[in-house]
Design a protein around this ligand. Sequence first.
Ligand SMILES: [Zn+2]
Length: 155
Amino acid sequence: MCLICDRIKMIQEGTNPYFVKELDTGYVVIGDNQHFYGYTLFLYKHHEDKTELFHLDAEERNKFMAEMSLVAEAAAKTFGAEKMNYELLGMGDAHLHWHLYPRKKGDIEDYGNHGKGPVWWYPMEKMYSDDNRPSDEELKDMVAKLRKTLDEMTV
Ligand SMILES: [Zn+2]
């Protein structure tokens, strides 16, 4: 079973507290850990054998990309970012999903190239520490704020 498919099932059952909004090609969710405040994911709706961008037909791919860009813009506006970072990985779960990170100077401390570099140069145990999981209240607040921004942008 796929973790992303599990999370989508929870969204469809109304039991995923991280869920923000459904778009045509995917679901917007807040990330479990918030060291990079505003970390947001955009989960493609389908899995099956579609695990690369080039598996999607052109129209679907363009829409998925455009919606991802919209979500990134909304996260940047809502949570503040000096620069957005975009990642589509999938060696853990092949299910197409974007990691969208609002970045700020100093957010990887002195790791990487003297504090410059990708999010994954910050130690995994710090990035995924329970210390930076949002409380229920904080999560509700983040979900509401990002949903409001997205609603305003998608009218
Ligand atoms: Zn999946």
